[in-house]
Design a protein around this ligand. Structure first.
Ligand SMILES: [Zn+2]
Length: 124
């Protein structure tokens, strides 16, 4: 059983799996010294699994999980902005530079700046 081997040790975690997958993917890169990096990554992954410093390994794993979460929320922000761009046009107030969001497809409209009150005409 896996539990037996890893008793009192860190065991497999996300970061170790990520290192192993990175080693596999990188092994396809035709660079003569790439195998050294792949072996190093694999040893690092295996070393982490058998490490008894569980607290430290858990911290390292949390760093990875946080990075993944940041990447996810960045992606959602970008796609939400893209979605919004389909429905709205952004105009800059010619007077103060404030960015103003106006629904698309309304023809020529008078836009009032929310910051300085300046009015200007734009076609949406
Ligand atoms: Zn303005």
């Amino acid at each position: 059983m896996l539990g037996g081997i890893f008793l009192g040790r860190n065991g497999p975690d996300h970061l170790s799996f990520a290192l192993l997958i990175a080693a596999m993917v990188l092994s396809f890169i035709p660079w003569p010294y790439m195998f050294i990096i792949c072996i190093a990554l694999t040893l690092l992954a295996v070393g982490r699994m058998f490490s008894k410093n569980i607290e430290q390994r858990r911290k390292e794993n949390l760093v990875l999980l946080r990075l993944v979460n940041n990447a996810k929320s960045w992606y959602y922000r970008i796609s939400a902005r893209r979605q919004q761009a389909k429905q709205y046009r952004i105009f800059k107030c010619p007077q103060c530079g404030q960015k103003l969001r106006v629904p698309r497809g309304k023809g020529k409209v008078s836009i009032k700046c929310s910051k300085c009150g300046n009015k200007f005409l734009r076609t949406t």
